[in-house]
Design a protein around this ligand. Sequence first.
Ligand code: GDP
Length: 322
Amino acid sequence: MALFQEKQYVGFATLPNQVHRKSVKKGFDFTLMVAGESGMGKSTLVNSLFLTDLYKDRKLLNAEERINQTVEIIKHTVDIEEKGVKLKLTIVDTPGFGDAVNNNECWKPITDYIDQQFEQYFRDESGLNRKNIQDNRVHCCLYFIPPFGHGLRPVDVEFMKALHEKVNIIPLIAKADCLTPNEIKKLKDRIREEIDKFGIKVYQFPECDSDEDEEFKQLDKELKECTPFAVIGSNTVVEARGQRVRGRLYPWGIVEVENQSHCDFVKLRNMLIRSHMHDLKDVTCDVHYENYRAQCIQEMTRCVCVSRKDENKYKHKYKYKQ
Ligand code: GDP
């Protein structure tokens, strides 16, 4: 009797370790898209986020070349490793977006690219070799809003509305060092209001579990309150308070990228890399890709029904002729 009452150790408590070992061995991948007009600091921010130089061979266009420029999609991939954990990071850059004189539908090549990646995944998933699918779906899009306006511009609204059902959009206020703290607050409030007003669905942080500790809940609250993140990027290291830090040196002082009282860079980096990378991938897979997949299947079923109808029509004609 005692034998049944005693809790015996079976060993399935090691399951998380087994999953951990397997995932570390396999490595991780993450695809991040950056969009916003040129000169908004996209490449500088990406370099600051991942501490790599992803844009070594970039060719900068002059104004004349940008007048009629069409949006290009350029992929940069790097393998980074930290404490034995490998991450294959793909940055999808969208040079040319919002740069031309006529920016009508300039988001189209970007939505097409996202759809193509879904289509490729759908094909691979329906094929024979499903084990080694290369997942190129875009997990997150950082959208750079200029700091100079009074809120969203029409092109920002159009872009986000065109993409919000396909990808997790995280809006950012670029070059936040151009604004005072008060101006940043006003601009953030305005952007949040306009996002609501235009029914734009940006990435929603998941609800915090009730059993999380107080510190975690506080961080989560701060994170939610600080969107859209006001960011600063820099490719240079400067000396501030006796320390070498990534920052921007001005005649009146130094702006530190990683100083939380200067901008939201650290919050963005923590969210993107340390706390929400997995959720961004899950939402891509479970929401955006599922929507695409459901539409595809619906379309395919409709095609089959239509061709069956045609077949019946044809059979009928055939009988009639006989
Ligand atoms: P991209 O065309 O959007 O990739 O922009 P870049 O990263 O090439 O940056 C364009 C210019 O803006 C460069 O001179 C950068 O040094 C500068 N820049 C980048 N980030 C910031 C920022 O946060 N604040 C300010 N003031 N300038 C920045």
